[in-house]
Design a protein around this ligand. Sequence first.
Ligand SMILES: Nc1ncnc2c1ncn2[C@@H]1O[C@H](COP(=O)(O)OP(=O)(O)OP(=O)(O)O)[C@@H](O)[C@H]1O
Length: 599
Amino acid sequence: MEEKLDNISRKKERIDVKLWQGFFEFLKKYKIKVLLLLLVMVLVGLIEATFPYLTRFAIDTFVVPKSFNGFWKFIAAFSLLTTIQSINTYVLIVLAGKIETGMTRDIRNSAFSKLQKLPLSFFDANGTGPLIARIMSDVQRVTGILSWGMVDTVWGISTMTFITFYLFRLNWKMALFVVGSIPVIFFVSLYFQKLILRHYRIVRRYNSEVTGKFNEGILGAKTTKILSVEEKTIAEFSQLTSKMRQEAIKASVISSIYTPIIVQIGSIVTALILVYGSKNLEQGSITYGTLAAFISYSIQFFEPLRELSRVMADVISSQAAGERVMEVLRAQSEGESSREYALAEFGFEGNVEFRNVSFKYNTSDMVLKNFNLKVKKGERIAIVGPTGSGKSTIVNLLGRFYEPTEGKIYFDGVNYTEIDLRTLRKNIGYVLQVPHLFNGTIAENIAVGKPGCTLEEIVEAAKVVNVHDYIVKLKDGYNTLVGEGGTNLSVGQRQLIALARVVLANPKIIVMDEATSSIDAHTEHIIQESIDKILHGRTSFVIAHRLSTIRSADRILVIENGEIIEDGSHEQLMKKRGHYYRLYMQQFVEEKEKELFNV
Ligand SMILES: Nc1ncnc2c1ncn2[C@@H]1O[C@H](COP(=O)(O)OP(=O)(O)OP(=O)(O)O)[C@@H](O)[C@H]1O
């Protein structure tokens, strides 16, 4: 079962090398760009460290002796270096940007294609909002760290290495002042960075909740309005954003303490150099230029040090995001254990058997316990029962959207985990209560049932379910755009298009969650007629809400608490005068009342 991913190792405060190695796989594709970038960064560090050395040369050669012999040559060399540095900056931004955006695309593509293959239990365990956040902001964070973190690290290390080299070349004793401050600055920085990032981590957690709330606010906008709970929703949201703001302020306050502390330590080192350097200057053991270079270096040295500690803390804090992304990338796709069967080889007929099946969802109690059911090919099965009794669970297991916790399901005597998942799904047509249409045209939506089919086939399928006449009356006919999720069409129209899809797919088994929503009598009649045509000659499972529509079923299963408590035809069950009889009579009376009182 999937773990709730957000709980993973928030508290880890060390660099998780294994995790980042996993992402290096995505860097491989850009190895030439990466190598070039590293080279450019080393060059940037070298040139930056060389500038104070040049200043020293200028002071000792031109300023102190007041001789400007060769000054223009020096200016030319200096300009050349600044030009190279500008080009380097351009190249590094382009390269790092390309690596970052390329990796973001690659990881998002991998994560998206993985999401398409994950079992529904994964989606149950991780809400829509957090999953979207994973593919969008978490991926961005990881690739940002990998590309820009790499830039800053190489730049930091190379600048510090070259500065140290120059310092020791100039005066090793004074060099020790600067180098000696490294551990102090580094650990102080790391301490503060971790503190700051800890608060930002909380900010991000709130951010993910805010994203979730936004998501809920958009998806549930209609319900919120219906229930008139706008004020409550707004209050909850504003509470969340206030908490987020408080944490962000804390992080800013710590940042504002941290910077002066580092500046202070740097100033102490500079002051020490000034004191010690002036003495040396007096004694003539160093030049003015050397003292000036040392002061520059002592100031310049701390910037890469700060950057390095920031990157390190950033890497640590991004690990949670990295793990969340990796969890998606490495999650086991559904049906991965299947042995591949070709459809021709398997020859789906439509016999189904549930043998001692028990099942529970991630978070639920046992929904089915030792469930047994044998269905012969072509049989029309209706499933009825109170809400929450397990009707949808039975058909979810049938399509292997979830797998039995115990027991097995057989198709034509073959354990269904041995059948290729695509073959299995191709042979089971699902018609859901509120069918989902993809954003596109009506024709494209019907064609989903049989990719690559011709327009004639689409029209033929639409005719079978009596929706063709309606479609051709539309201004754009089959090219009418259905909107996101099919919102431009009524539920009844969506239902008919979904039925046309099933006709095209021509499956051996059909599962139908009968619509209960307010479809007008005319559309309902058309739908019922289409369903009768489609079900003919196929094994079918219909979750029935209106009992009047299932009288012709071969078998009606009454489910209660995940168990079949009655099984038989309408006539048999009516004669039995048991649960089904009571349910039927109750609905019958209700429907008659509705008719009589016209409500
Ligand atoms: N994804 C899920 N995660 C956890 N529990 C679930 C999930 N889906 C269903 N359940 C639980 O499993 C039980 C059976 O649910 P199921 O949807 O199969 O009932 P149903 O008979 O189809 O109900 P209805 O007629 O209301 O659609 C319920 O107690 C429900 O709360």
